[in-house]
Design a protein around this ligand. Sequence first.
Ligand code: ADP
Length: 579
Amino acid sequence: MQKGACVFTTYIIGTFIILSITVSALFFHIYRKEKDEFIMYWGLTWAFYSISLACLLTATDTEIHQFMEIKKIFDLYSIQSLLFGVYKFYRVKIPGFWMRFSIYLTVWLCIAIYLKLDALSAALPIFIFDLLMIGTVCYVIMRYWDQKKNEKVFYCIAFSLWGAMKAFLVIYETSGFQSPNPYIGEMLYAGVLNVCIFIIYLRYIKQELDKTEQRFKIIVENAIDAIFYYTFRPTPTFQYITPSIEEITGYSPQVFYNNPKAMLEIVDKDYFQLINSVFYSGPDAAFPTSEVFKIERKDGASIWVSMNVSVIREDEKIVAVEGIIRDITQMKEAQDDLTTSKRSRDLMLSYISHELKTPITSILGYATALKDGTIGEEEEKQKAVEIISQKSLILERMILDLFQLSQLETNQYSFTYKHMDCLELAEYIREHTTPELKESEVAHKFIIEGEKLEGHNIIVDPVRISQVITNLIVNAIKYTRKKNQITVKCVADDKKKNIIISVADKGIGIAEEDLPHIFERFFKVKDPSGGKTPGSGLGLPLSKEIVEAHKGTIEAKSKYGRGSVFIVTLPIYEETYDE
Ligand code: ADP
């Protein structure tokens, strides 16, 4: 080789060494960040290749035979790393025999150099092995790469050519180092191959990114909650908001993109300040992380939403906020219901204990007096026993009412419904309530408009309905003076749709402010002296439950001091008898 040509070749090889080291370093750098093993193997490919070139450099200067032999080993490991990278790239397990054979060949070459065997017997196994490996590279690409066939064939040809060149060089070197030209050609080709590998890698990244984006999109766009990204740069605006915002607010994402203040326009005025601080007070605002507030939907409905916000910083400065908006109306309502029902249960328990306490205190008082002999007189004893039995009856009534009420509420109360003629029902009620009226000595009237009722069917539990009417009559008696009259009336309405049973008295009546409450549990009107009227305050609520179970209604009309009327309306069964 001439001196000038030699210097020139040295420069070229040197340049390619630097290039290979750079590419290798780049691959290792990517590997450190991404931890993809195929990148590491490809880094090794170019690292071994640069060492192989360095051997060549030595050969050009000194023409030392051994370096050319060692070069074969590095070429072998370079191709092997390429093969391993391809295996890893397609997630195929690397068979162990490749590595074993490489080691055997390395040992074989060392022996060949030591024994000074002829060059061909040393190089031939490596030549075959190189060809095998590059053939496998092409096989793996063709089998596992999900790209178009043309593209796969293109890459296979590129790799095969390189393999063939390398294998050829192995044989070429057996006749000693002659000219650097074939090496320069191979080096240039290695550069092209590098570009190919980089393209494969870029396509891989793009594919992975697409997959991730697709997955992210599926999750985000199908989420029930709305996810948003609100940036402060260059101007405050929604950069992204998921379509689910329309489900929650009734407004499409476009509304939010077009109007960065849309959130302020739909938020309830009580929470205006809060939302203002998140979206519109700029990046220096103090951001709440999690908030619950009310908004008005497009259809006018008011709903509760929760919003979790996290801030995005760049160089310590807040540049955006991202967050999740969730419709929590149902949860909030359930929570409120729970609180109300808890409160009413507590109230109920306190009422019960209070109401039970009064009769029990007097029972206990009289019983103690009887036991320790404080009451001595026979007549007083008799009176005490009577009071005890009276109070016990009140207790029994109250416990029974409470029990029935709770059964009605939990649907455990059993009704024995019957198909009856309306007139038959009216007669049944009269029969079962007359004793109460008679005993009371209050003037009374029981009116049944038989001709209107007869021939119309009704489905009722007659026992329960007379229980209701008895209760109304007992009340009427309780709150009426003897000479005043009580009127019980059973009629059908004009359209014969309902049977109307009313209990009217001319008693003390109910004040206007008390009237809306008389069907509430334990409600008792205060008597003029300020105390509460006797009774449990459970009769009317129980009556209401029973009537409503019959799909009927109960109402009260009253004038304070003038009397009251309680009206029970029950639906008549559509079918009528043929006369
Ligand atoms: P009670 O067992 O205390 O009578 P109710 O639930 O039947 O319980 O009645 C609730 C309250 O309604 C009574 O305390 C009473 O003040 C009032 N009330 C009910 N019926 C009449 C009526 N006919 N006239 C006046 N007040 C009545």
